[in-house]
Design a protein around this ligand. Sequence first.
Ligand code: ZN
Ligand code: FE
Length: 255
Amino acid sequence: MLEVTPVPAFRDNYIWLIHSPEDRTRVIAVDPGDANPVLSLLNTRRWELSGILVTHHHADHTGGVPRLAGHYGCPVYGPRSEIIPARTRAVEDSETVAFPSLGLRFSVLEVPGHTAGHIAYYGHGAVFCGDTLFSGGCGRLFEGTPEQMLRSLDALAALPEETRVYCTHEYTESNLAFAAAVEPDNGDIQAYRERCADIRAQGQPTLPSTLERERTINPFLRVDEASVRAAALARGAAAGRVGVFAAIRAWKDEF
Ligand code: ZN
Ligand code: FE
């Protein structure tokens, strides 16, 4: 299984460091919004940064890229249709990002909705999905339509159920509070909420999650469930799964 180290940044971001299975001292950083915590961890552990993967253009995902790339002289991958500072390789849907000497390779999935060009990186049983899918929730629609975001979430949900989900933010507890409001009778949400409260009380990340778990607790992956549809219709949702998704997303925005 892929070894991944979380680097907490800002209030609730994680910068994920993916270790090479060939040499665990070589790592790839995902969405380094801040260079400082990454540099200090790399220096302490004597790890080497060999690459950077960026999911979208927001500053909390890109702010540390120029300094880290300058310091380590490593390649920077990012979505072709967005402006990414210090990017050296623009990638798009279905392309492969390979680091042969590290024994790592990822395929690129286009997942627009939070931003227009948002991408995710999938490989080695893990998906690095930025601000598209969160545990118990999904990203806000800053640049995309509900239809686009639902299609993106459908594409992520179609990956194997054991896929580990590495999102950028620790939003799980507040997302689960909302999920419980949408589905008050969902026992999986209740149980997972209690478990996450314990995990957070110990100062640990609730991530990664798995797609198998998200399918049971995440209302945005459950728009076909009768319970979620009924809750959305009660809030005036338009008919159809896009209508259900849009109503739940709008409800979350004001929750
Ligand atoms: Zn974002
Ligand atoms: Fe973010």
